[in-house]
Every structure is written in structure tokens, then in C-alpha cells.
Design a protein around this ligand. Structure first.
Ligand SMILES: *Cc1c(COP(=O)(O)O)cnc(C)c1O
Length: 457
């Protein structure tokens, strides 16, 4: 949206909002004079020291620009600056938060839930594991070696034992290893990641559920990154099966600030059993007096929370509802298609090595053709630099060589499948990435062609 239209739209809505308070005696805001303008220009100058995250040629880390309606709604809410801790601090935005969280629960086909927004996925996961620890004190948390690093740290904060299960050659939780762990250890909760942060692999939640029948444990789904893909109609059958099992999980984390077009500061936690609300029970000597209705602070570990985050999410959901086949779902489908197409081109290219199976979501990784993992790593670094000079921004990731077919480094096979190789990685999160794929591909080819020997085929 052109900046002009954005500001016009915002200005009109701001006037509408201000009308609600027009009967009050005037109390003008501090003026913004020339020194303020100079400071803002300084800020503009300094912010140029960033990669162009909003542009499709930025195809590196997990960064997706907020939708303009989220920016506008957030800005509008900032003139009120509500606090969703208690109804005293944000009545309207608390109501919008409850509706926005219900839309998330509905997307996962949960008939009932207890949940709220949080500052991000880390805090949302902390609440999930905290509740898990309350229900099964002293029992361990288990997660795969590809789970987000936050789980082991959170477990340590909560004083809960933490155990790692290995992942298979596709980065998914290894079920045999999990079963062995369940047989011998005192596991209270298994963290199942639907969309790992490194490569977007999807743990087989449906099969973990089958194990739950044999061993009694709680299932927490960390879908901070991948949760919204449940709306995509083009996932592979095994990936679909994992997402379709979500209704049976005990808790789920999803970050609207990852794939949900929101500014940072917007994660969420949902519990399937609303009765876990009892663990949050506390009194606040300062708040909760204005209404007997639920104050979100009564079911959240964080106290102050940005009401503006809830307003922005609510507004985005009105424009782009979570309906299968709708515009929002199509955006996720386009990202997955873009990832499959990039993977296909990389596999056909003589410059690169690819993992044997295609990406489950929208994260692609590949190694550079060279005789050894060390040489591949060095070339990945130089292609990363060369591409950036040409405005193509990728990411690098150090990944186990077992993610590649056994004969990839044929001449000098790594001794240990846990050996690592630095790979190029691309998160194709933006719906536009599909349309831009030829541009990305040309620039990647240009960055590789002078540096990488071709693989004879
Ligand atoms: C990003 C991510 C997190 C952490 O969430 P933040 O919002 O960055 O705090 C946790 N788990 C997974 C799978 C993630 O991708």
C-alpha cells in the first residue's frame, strides 16, 4: 500500500476514535518540533542498517512483514495504549484478544479452550511447560534434538528434568528412540514440534498420539512457526496427518508474529482443557476490581501485555480470516509451493546437494557441491556473501550431514553422521516468494557459478 493511502486511512480512523473522547477538556499532546523531526531523520538513517526484510529478495531468516492493516490497527491502538492485564486497562482490546484467540482455537478445531496472547513463542512455551509441571510435578519433559532450544532452557528455569530424543534423517522426532525413552524414563510431557525452526520438519504427531495410548504422557505441540500451515491444502499426506492430529494435543503454541502477519510481540498459548486455569489463580491487590468478568491477567503469567497486539491481530483476522481456501490460506500454500519448486531446481542443479526429501513446509536448505563437508561449508559462506552483494539475502545453517543422502560426500565420507556442514537456507515465508522465484534463482545461480565446480552427472 502506498504510504499516502496508509496515512490517510489511519488518519480517518484516528479521527473516528478521537470522537469518542471529544467531550473531555482539551489536553494536547506535547508538540513535535524541529528537534523531533531531526531525531526522526536520525532514526530513519540508522534503520537503513538492516537487511530489506520486507522485500521478496530477502529470503533468509524467518522474517515476514506485518500486514499494513496490522500496522494501522496497532498504530491506532497506540493512541489509547491499552494494557490487556486487566479490564481496567483495556476493556475493548481484552474483548478483541478473547475473540482473536478463539479464532486460533477454531482454526485447530478445538471445541473449547483456555488461552491468551503472549509476548512471543518463548513465553507461551514457558506457560505450557509450567502447566505441564504443575500437573505432573518432577516428571521430565522430552523433545527432539531439532526442537527449539528454548525448551531445555525453560525446563531448567522450571526445575523440570529435560531429555532429548534424536531426530531421523529428515529432522523429525525418531519414534523408536522416543518409545525407548518412554519405556525407561519418567516422561511427563512430550514436546512435538510442527515446523522446526531450522528446516521446517514436522514431527509425526499422529504417531506420537498412538504412543500416548500405551504410555501415559501429556502432549505439547510447539507450532510457533508452523501452526498456520494447518490451513494449507497442499501439504504432503504425512505432514497433513500430523496437523490433523492437533485436536488431540493438550496444549499448543502458535506465534502470530511468525506467519500471522503481526508485528513482534505476538505469540499465543492454547490449552485444550480450560480447567488448567486453576493453576493461574492469584489475587492482584491493584486490579481486577472493575469487573467480575475474566481479566486476562488472571489466566496469564505475564502481567502487563500490549493491548495493541490483540487489536492488530483481531483487525488482520477480519480482513484475512482463517478459512481454508481463503486468501490467507492461499498465501501459505504459495509459500509451500515456492519451497518445493526451489528444492526441485536445486536438486537438478549441478552446483548443489539437496536432502533426499522435499521440504515439508516453506524452509529450504541445501549444501554446495565440494569434495568434503568442510569445503562445502566454506563455499556456502562465500555464496551467501556473493548473493548479498547482489541483493539476494539468504541464511546459513549448520546442520548434520545425516540430513543428506549417504553418498553425498562420497570421496571422504564423514566418520560420524552427527558431523555438521554449513548449508544455505531460505525461508520462503512471503506469499510473493512464488512469483519472485525466478529472480531469486537467477541471483543464486550468478552467485554460485564462478565459485562452485559442477557435479558431473
Ligand atoms: C520461533 C520459535 C520459538 C520461539 O518463539 P519466539 O516468538 O521467538 O519467542 C519456539 N519454537 C519454535 C518452533 C519456533 O520456531
Amino acid at each position: 500500500m502506498p504510504a499516502d493511502d496508509f496515512l490517510k486511512l489511519l488518519d480517518a480512523a484516528q479521527q473516528h476514535l478521537d470522537e469518542g473522547f471529544a467531550h473531555l477538556p482539551a489536553n494536547p499532546a506535547p508538540p513535535l518540533d524541529e528537534s523531533a523531526s531531526a531525531i526522526l531523520h536520525q532514526v530513519a538513517g540508522r534503520l537503513q542498517d538492516n537487511y530489506p526484510y520486507a522485500h521478496p529478495l530477502y529470503a533468509g531468516q524467518m522474517l515476514k512483514p506485518p500486514h499494513p492493516i496490522a500496522r494501522a490497527a496497532y498504530a491506532l491502538a497506540m493512541s489509547v495504549n491499552p494494557n490487556n492485564h486487566a479490564l481496567d486497562g483495556g476493556r475493548a482490546s481484552s474483548a478483541m484478544e478473547i475473540e482473536a484467540v478463539a479464532a486460533l482455537a477454531k482454526m485447530f478445531h478445538w471445541p473449547q479452550h483456555l488461552g491468551h496472547l503472549s509476548s512471543g513463542g518463548t513465553f507461551a512455551n514457558l506457560e505450557a511447560l509450567w502447566v505441564a509441571g504443575q500437573l505432573a510435578p518432577g516428571k521430565a519433559i522430552a523433545a527432539s534434538d531439532q526442537a527449539h532450544y528454548t525448551h531445555s532452557r525453560i525446563s531448567s528455569v522450571l526445575g523440570l528434568p529435560f531429555l532429548t530424543t534424536p531426530s531421523d534423517e529428515r529432522g523429525r522426532m525418531d519414534l523408536h528412540a522416543l518409545e525407548r525413552l518412554l519405556e525407561t524414563q519418567n516422561i511427563g510431557t512430550v514436546v512435538v514440534t510442527l515446523g522446526t525452526t531450522a528446516i521446517g520438519s514436522v514431527d509425526p504427531l499422529d504417531q506420537v498420539l498412538a504412543l500416548q495410548k500405551k504410555f501415559n504422557f501429556r502432549i505439547h505441540v510447539d507450532a510457533a512457526y508452523g501452526g498456520y500451515f494447518t490451513l494449507a491444502s497442499n501439504l504432503s499426506p504425512e505432514t497433513r496427518a500430523a496437523f490433523d492430529a492437533i485436536p488431540h494435543a493438550d496444549s499448543i503454541v502458535i506465534d502470530p508474529h511468525k506467519h500471522g502477519l503481526q508485528p513482534y510481540g505476538c505469540g499465543s498459548i492454547l490449552f485444550r482443557d480450560p480447567a488448567v486455569g486453576r493453576f493461574y489463580k492469584h489475587d492482584s491487590p491493584y486490579t481486577y476490581f472493575s469487573s467480575k468478568d475474566l481479566h486476562l491477567g488472571e489466566i496469564s503469567l505475564e502481567c502487563s501485555r500490549a493491548g495493541a497486539s490483540a487489536v492488530a491481530l483481531w483487525a488482520t483476522q477480519q480482513l484475512l480470516p482463517y478459512t481454508p481456501g481463503g486468501a490467507f490460506a492461499q498465501g501459505l500454500e504459495a509459500s509451500h509451493t515456492a519451497a518445493l519448486e526451489l528444492h526441485r531446481r536445486l536438486t537438478e542443479s549441478t552446483h548443489f546437494h539437496t536432502p533426499s526429501s522435499p521440504p515439508q513446509l516453506d524452509i529450504v536448505f541445501w549444501a554446495v557441491n565440494a569434495p568434503t563437508p568442510e569445503a562445502s561449508s566454506a563455499l556456502a559462506q562465500s555464496i551467501f556473501d556473493e548473493a548479498a552483494k547482489n541483493d539476494l539475502h539468504l541464511a546459513l545453517a549448520k546442520l548434520p550431514v545425516r540430513f543428506f543422502p549417504h553418498n553425498t560426500w562420497q570421496d571422504t565420507p564423514p566418520n560420524d553422521t552427527e558431523d555438521k556442514v554449513i548449508c544455505l537456507r531460505s525461508v520462503l515465508m512471503k506469499p510473493e516468494h512464488l512469483l519472485w522465484l525466478d529472480h531469486l534463482w537467477k541471483r543464486l545461480q550468478a552467485a554460485a557459478v564462478h565459485q562452485v565446480p559442477s557435479i558431473p552427472r
